[in-house]
Design a protein around this ligand. Structure first.
Ligand SMILES: [Zn+2]
Length: 170
């Protein structure tokens, strides 16, 4: 008898503890802002720099700071050699597409202009491969997100290739 009573007491204590923990969690969720952005767009850009010109993420960071932003506005930058750099973490709102930053990820490759400064698909083979891999990962991470070329939202040529068509199969 003694043993049973003890078991019952433990059971009620556990249930009570879980209730308290549950209520505490609900209260916490009510006061904390949502920690994840709802990503519904992956927007592709170019740096609009001439063919072959080396651009580092530090350069972009400086350019964007000069525009008054808190730093590099893209989430990912694909270098000429196919290296993918992180600009901002996914949970941070980017600064790359006016009116569409809150719910998007910004991807940028280095290039986009020919030697005369005209819009051109200057992507190296390495960049094409890295972009495809990056876009594949991002589409898996955000299955409901659509891929957009920046030019859909602006009168610029950015990213100087049809990203929407190229990644439509992902
Ligand atoms: Zn752009």
């Amino acid at each position: 008898m003694m043993r049973l009573a003890k078991k019952e007491a433990i059971r009620y204590a556990l249930v009570g503890g879980m209730l308290v923990a549950g209520l505490a969690l609900m209260a916490l969720k009510a006061i904390l802002p949502p920690d994840e952005r709802r990503i519904d767009a992956i927007i592709v850009h170019c740096t609009a720099t001439p063919l072959g010109m080396k651009v580092t993420i530090d350069d972009i960071d400086r350019w964007h700071k000069a525009r008054g932003w808190k730093g590099i506005g893209y989430h990912y930058v694909v270098d000429l050699d196919g290296t993918v750099y992180r600009g901002r973490t996914d949970d941070c709102v980017g600064a790359h597409c006016r009116g569409h930053n809150a719910h998007s990820i910004g991807v940028c490759y280095v290039g986009g202009l020919d030697v005369h400064g005209r819009p051109a698909d200057t992507r190296t083979t390495e960049q094409k491969e890295a972009l495809l891999q990056l876009m594949t990962v991002l589409k898996k991470r955000y299955p409901n997100a659509k891929v957009y070329s920046h030019k859909r939202f602006t009168n610029k040529a950015c990213p100087c290739f049809d990203a929407e068509r190229e990644y439509s199969g992902l």
